[in-house]
Design a protein. Structure first.
Length: 404
């Protein structure tokens, strides 16, 4: 019925224009009539004064004084008349304008409210059917228009009686499908407050938090999924999401555990089986890489004992054999005596996206710096680098025996 409201507004606008023009023309015509009468009286009086002067009834001085007085009166009367007419025209124009505003407000209230009420009634009538479509995966997915109707009808119900946990969960699902994420999060929070043991609420809430991203949201999603798996340890979607969240947070051990259990409970013909197997293999590779450690024992030759600076700074680091000079891992510490034993792993990475576990071979170096900088400076002492194959646990010994 939007076309009826638009048509009514157009007709009201045309009516306002006609009334303004009519009042303006009418007032202008009345003003011209009064001015014409004044001009005729002015001309008639001028002729009378001229005749009286010609007949000798008025002297020259009296005649000129009478003409001057006549002119003043004519100008004054016309000026007052024009002001009165302008005010009258202004009032005349404001009257239809105010009338049109009132009519427009009434029209919008009647037609707009009626239109909205019709839409709301339709939403309430469609609510039971659409609720079944949202709940069931067997029915065809509802269209955006149906989802909007469903969300409107359900929101009206929730405003009336505050609903229950299931109703808030359904509203959260609809809002998520409509990409109204703030409303969806608020609805899931309401549903969770009413029932924090329902798996569907825990799962949907966690999934939405994962989709909106952010470290804080991932942490909250992990807590919800942990709660879900305590209630239902074999929940397929819960195990899948638990592995995904753990992987994103760099907890490869938990990701492997979740996906290994998921493979045990997942039906063999499930279409997700291949994707889960690939994700598990990737997580296992990441876990193996993150578990790689390199233990380095650093010795100082007897010839350089006397050259050891006070509070010397020792750098032990790993680089790619053929690649960027940036260390993949580095340990820095102050030493006063040798030997020194240090351990390197991904935990000592300088950059989050460049780690020891990404390299197949390690070039291991050790250096004593005189200025606390990792860059080589004159007077630094160093060891001959060693190249080793990356493995789960590797031990290397370096001897600092030369000046750089």
């Amino acid at each position: 019925m939007n076309w009826l409201l638009i048509l009514s507004m157009v007709l009201l606008a045309l009516l306002a224009l006609v009334m303004v023009l009519w009042f303006g023309v009418r007032q202008r015509a009345q003003q011209l009539t009064r001015l014409d009468v004044n001009r005729e009286l002015y001309a008639q009086r001028q002729e009378e004064l001229s005749q009286e002067f010609a007949d000798g009834l008025l002297s020259e001085e009296a005649y000129q004084g009478a003409l001057t007085e006549l002119d003043k009166r004519f100008v004054s009367e016309n000026s007052e008349l024009e002001q009165l007419q302008e005010r009258a025209i202004g009032r005349g124009i404001w009257l239809p304008a105010v009338l049109i505003v009132v009519l427009a407000a009434v029209g919008y209230t009647l037609f707009g409210s009626w239109n909205q009420q019709q839409y709301a009634d339709e939403a309430r009538r469609a609510l039971p059917t659409l609720a079944q479509q949202v709940l069931s995966d067997q029915n065809a997915a509802p269209s955006p228009q149906q989802l909007e109707l469903f969300a409107l009808g359900l929101r009206q119900r929730l405003q009336q009686d505050d609903g229950d946990a299931m109703a808030w969960m359904l509203y959260a699902r609809a809002a998520t499908a409509l990409q109204q994420f703030e409303q969806a999060l608020a609805a899931y929070e309401k549903a969770y407050a009413m029932d924090n043991e329902r798996p569907a609420i825990l799962l949907g809430y966690a999934q939405l938090l994962i989709n909106v991203g952010g470290a804080e949201q991932l942490q909250q999603a992990a807590r919800l999924l942990s709660q879900l798996l305590r209630i239902d340890p074999r929940n397929i979607d819960g195990l899948s999401l638990t592995g995904a969240v753990a992987y994103q947070r760099g907890d490869y051990q938990q990701a492997v555990q979740a996906w290994q259990l998921l493979e045990q409970v997942l039906p063999a013909d499930d279409p997700r089986a291949d994707a889960i197997a690939q994700a598990l293999a990737d997580a296992q590779q990441q876990l193996e890489g993150s578990a790689r450690t390199l233990t380095v024992t650093v010795q100082l030759s007897e010839d350089l004992q006397s050259q050891l600076p006070t509070d010397a700074t020792l750098f032990v680091y790993v680089k790619a054999v053929d690649g960027a000079p940036m260390p993949a891992a580095v340990v820095r510490q102050v030493v006063t005596e040798f030997p020194v034993r240090v351990q390197l792993s991904d935990a000592q990475a300088m950059l989050p996206d460049y780690k020891m576990s990404q390299l197949n071979r390690w070039q291991v170096e050790a250096r004593i710096s005189t200025d606390d900088r990792i860059e080589i400076s004159a007077g630094d002492l160093g060891a001959e680098p060693k190249i080793v194959d990356a493995d789960t646990s590797v031990e290397v010994e370096l001897v600092i025996d030369r000046a750089l």
